[in-house]
Design a protein around this ligand. Sequence first.
Ligand SMILES: Cc1cc2nc3c(=O)[nH]c(=O)nc-3n(C[C@H](O)[C@H](O)[C@H](O)COP(=O)(O)OP(=O)(O)OC[C@H]3O[C@@H](n4cnc5c(N)ncnc54)[C@H](O)[C@@H]3O)c2cc1C
Length: 468
Amino acid sequence: MNAIAAGTELDRAALDELRSSFEGELIGSADPGYDEHRAIWNGSIDRRPVLIARCSSAADVIAALRFAKRTDLPLAVRAGGHSFPGQSVCDGGVVLDLRPMKAIRVDPDARTVTARAGVLLGELDRATQEFGLVVPAGIVTHTGVSGLTLGGGIGWVMRKYGLTVDQLLSAEVVTADGEIVRASEDENPDLFWGIRGGGGNFGVVTEFEFRLNPLGPGVLAGPIFWPMAESPRLLRFYRDWIAEAPDELMTIIVHRRAPPLPFVPTELHGEPVVAVVCCYAGSIEDGEKVIKPLRDFVRPVLDLCQPKPYLDHQAMFDPSYPHGRWYYMRSCDVAELSDEVIDTTAEHSMRIASPLTAFPIWQMGGAVARADDDSTAFNGRGAGHTFNITAMTESADGFDQEREWARGLWSALEPHHTDSVYVNFLMDEGPERVREAYGDERYDRLARLKRKYDPGNLFHLNQNIPPA
Ligand SMILES: Cc1cc2nc3c(=O)[nH]c(=O)nc-3n(C[C@H](O)[C@H](O)[C@H](O)COP(=O)(O)OP(=O)(O)OC[C@H]3O[C@@H](n4cnc5c(N)ncnc54)[C@H](O)[C@@H]3O)c2cc1C
C-alpha cells in the first residue's frame, strides 16, 4: 500500500486516475507533512482528512473535485485556512488545498490586479502598494484573499472604498460539474452576484480580478489606549466623534488585557485596556486634525497612532491573532452604540480572564453603506457596528471558561442585534443562523442560485446554503 492510502479505504482506481493528471502534491495520513498541511489557523480544530490535494492550477482543482465525486468523499476547500469554525478541513474527506496557487499580476495603468486563489492579504498588499494602490481587504496579513472576498471583506479602507467584493471585477470559477467559467457583470452575472458574499457555495474560485484604488503608501494609523475602566465614558465620546467623521477615517475598538509587546510599557502588561485603533486613508495632515479630538478627550495611557507605511499598519494585529491558538467567536451587528450597548460591553469586558482574548468592534458605514444593497449577496451594509467577540487561549487550558465569556457577552447584546451578521464571522451555528445572516429574501435567491450551480450540494463544507 502506498503512503497516501495507509489506513484508509481509498478507491485505488480513482486514486490512480487522479495521480495520472494531478500536477500538485497529494498528501495522505502516512506522508511527511500531513499534520502540517491539515492544521488550520484555529488550533482548537483537529480534523483528519484522508487526502490533501495541494492544487497548482485550475486543472488540478478539477481533477481533485472529480476524485471526491467519484469516491463520494466529502470535499473541503481551503485557501488561507482562517475559517473560524474550521470549515476548510474535514474528517475522512478530501481537502482541496489552494495555497500553492500564488500568482499576482498588477496592472498599474488599468488599476487592476489578478490574484490566484492561494494568495494571502499581506502578499496582495505588498504587490499593490509597490504602486501606491490597494484592494480594500482585512486587517490580518495571513488571512486568505479567497475566503475573505467570498464572504464580503471588511477592513481598514472599506469606509472610503467599499468592501472587498465591491472591487471584484471578475472571477474564474470551477463549478460543481468540473467546468471552468468566468463570472463578471457581463458573464454569468447571477453567479457573479452570488460569489460576492455567498461564500464558497457555488464553486471553487481559482482567480480573482480586482479594481485597485490609490492609497498611501503612508497613512496615519495605530491604536490609542485608555484604562478599560474608562470604556463607558470613552465610547460615549467616541460615538459622537465618529458621527461626524469623514469616510477616510476607519476605527476599530478593542477591549483586552494589554499584551507584553515591546512597544507597550511594562507597567501596562496584563492590565485591562480599551483601545481605539485608527486608520486615516487620506493626507497625514487631515488625519491629524480628525483624530485630535480623540487624543484630547482624556489623556491616553499609550498613543501609538502615528504616520507609518500602510503595510506596517496592516500587519499590526498579526501578533495578536497567530496560528495555532484556541479561538472561539460570536458575532453580531448593532445599529448604534447606545448607552446600553456600551455599558454591557464595558461590564463584560472587565470579566475577560485570558491575557490573550482581544475582540474588535468595527465601525461600519461610509462607502459600504452607500453601495446598492442588491448589488452583491453581502448582507449588513446598514450595520452601525460589527461585534467580533473573540475568546482566545494558548491551548485547551481555560478555553471553556473563555468561550462562556464570549457567549455571555453575545447573549447580553441580543436585544440589540440587528437582522444582519457578517457570514465570515459565524461559527458552526446551524442552518437557521446562516439564513439569518442573509435575511429571507437574499437567502432564497442564493438557494435558487445554488440549485442552478451546485444542485447536489457538493460544496457543503462552508456556511451552507442548500439548493432550493
Ligand atoms: C485572524 C483573522 C482575521 C480576520 N480578519 C478579517 C478581516 O479583517 N476582514 C474580514 O472581512 N474577515 C476577516 N476574517 C474572517 C475571514 O474573512 C474568514 O475567516 C475567511 O473565510 C477566511 O478566508 P481563508 O481563505 O483564509 O479561509 P479558509 O478557511 O481557507 O476558507 C474559508 C471558507 O471559504 C471557502 N473557500 C476558501 N477559498 C475558496 C475558494 N477559492 N473557492 C471557494 N470556496 C473557498 C472554504 O471552503 C471555507 O468554507 C479574519 C479571520 C481571521 C482568522
